[in-house]
Design a protein around this ligand. Structure first.
Ligand SMILES: NC(=O)c1ccc[n+]([C@@H]2O[C@H](COP(=O)([O-])OP(=O)(O)OC[C@H]3O[C@@H](n4cnc5c(N)ncnc54)[C@H](OP(=O)(O)O)[C@@H]3O)[C@@H](O)[C@H]2O)c1
Length: 310
């Protein structure tokens, strides 16, 4: 598999990454740990080298499970990304914190949970209006110097916030929301990143499962999806129907619907990586099958058209 270099960093990754937010019980409910460990290890066997987590996913739980899984893999052959921002407390409270001291302290905590000496990519999970960006950048530079991180990046930043961050330090990646049903990032965020050589890792590329074609629109959810407008009422039924419309195009390429959606997503010239939320080995095998597939320009637009209801 051809690897993609992430912006101005030296990181080389596969265009599909393993996303592990699903190990956050408050959003996704309780999950079977062993199944996740198997899926993370299977990811490497099916050619995925890039893993995404965050300190806040399950308040350290996702990093801990990832640490258990990845210690069996060759460290120099995988690229691990985590995040900092949500300062969490035992009583469940959280607030943003990208202050110098917290970043230095929390990076050590993440490394301990991941059982690693360094993480490849350390991302600011969100913009912190209560900390001067110079201070955040200084902490990141120190971690680079100490060899605890190989690169640092941003997530959920606006263009103006990225502009400010880049004035203060060498932030080399952005992790924004993007999927074929939610394409706002195409307007400003993604073009800005390409112009500035910022690597783009999009999250929720399957619209939290809606773009897999497994729903009719009548399902009810106990997890976070139960609170999302996309998964409710007439809107849910309509979107689920549009996704079904992708079947003939998927069949033409011998792909499943999720594979077609992911192939089109990573074929977008402004997108480097799609981070897919994975719960088991079957899901990562399917996602990995989207790599290296070429969709014709006509079908690329047919897919986008079908999903926009055009
Ligand atoms: N930076 C941020 O603020 C941020 C925010 C959100 C996510 N992320 C990152 O991005 C990753 C992905 O985002 P996401 O979890 O929101 O959404 P996603 O990748 O769009 O959807 C994940 C869901 O899709 C379903 N799925 C995955 N593969 C499937 C397959 N082959 N067949 C059927 N269903 C499949 C699973 O649903 P079921 O539960 O139905 O099995 C899974 O929970 C996260 O894990 C996290 O690493 C980052």
């Amino acid at each position: 598999m051809e690897l993609v270099r992430l912006g101005g960093s030296e990181l080389k990754v596969t265009p599909i990454a393993y996303g592990s937010w699903q190990l956050s019980p408050r959003f996704w409910g309780k999950q079977p740990e062993k199944t996740f460990i198997e899926a993370m290890q299977r990811a490497f066997e099916v050619g995925v080298n890039f893993y995404d987590t965050a300190d806040a996913y399950g308040d350290g739980y996702s990093e801990k499970v990832m640490g258990m899984a990845l210690k069996e893999l060759p460290r120099d052959k995988i690229v691990v990304a985590t995040k900092v921002y949500n300062r969490f407390y035992e009583d469940g409270r959280r607030h943003g914190d990208l202050s110098y001291d917290y970043i230095i302290e929390e990076c050590d905590a993440s490394l301990a949970r991941l059982q690693m000496d360094y993480v490849d990519l350390y991302q600011c999970h969100s913009f912190d209006h209560s900390t001067p960006m110079e201070e955040t950048a200084e902490a990141m530079q120190r971690l680079m110097k100490e060899g605890k991180i190989r690169a640092f990046g941003m997530s959920n930043f606006t263009v103006e916030q990225m502009r400010l961050a880049r004035k203060c330090g060498n932030f080399t990646t952005l992790q924004p929301l993007y999927n074929l049903l939610e394409r706002d990032g195409e307007r400003d965020l993604l073009p800005y990143c390409r112009a500035e050589d910022i690597g783009t890792l999009v999250y929720s590329p399957l619209a939290k499962g809606l773009l897999t074609g497994k729903y009719t629109g009548d399902e009810k959810f106990e997890d976070l999806r139960g609170r999302r407008e996309m998964f409710q009422g007439e809107r849910f039924r309509e979107l689920a129907g549009r996704v079904q419309g992708l079947k003939p195009i998927a069949q033409k390429y011998g792909l499943s619907i999720p594979q077609l959606v992911l192939a089109v997503t990573i074929q977008h010239p402004l997108i480097d990586v799609a981070i897919v939320g994975i719960k088991n080995t079957e899901q990562i095998e399917e996602a990995a099958g989207a790599m290296g597939k070429e969709i014709s320009r006509e079908d690329y637009h047919n897919v986008r058209g079908a999903l926009s209801g055009a």
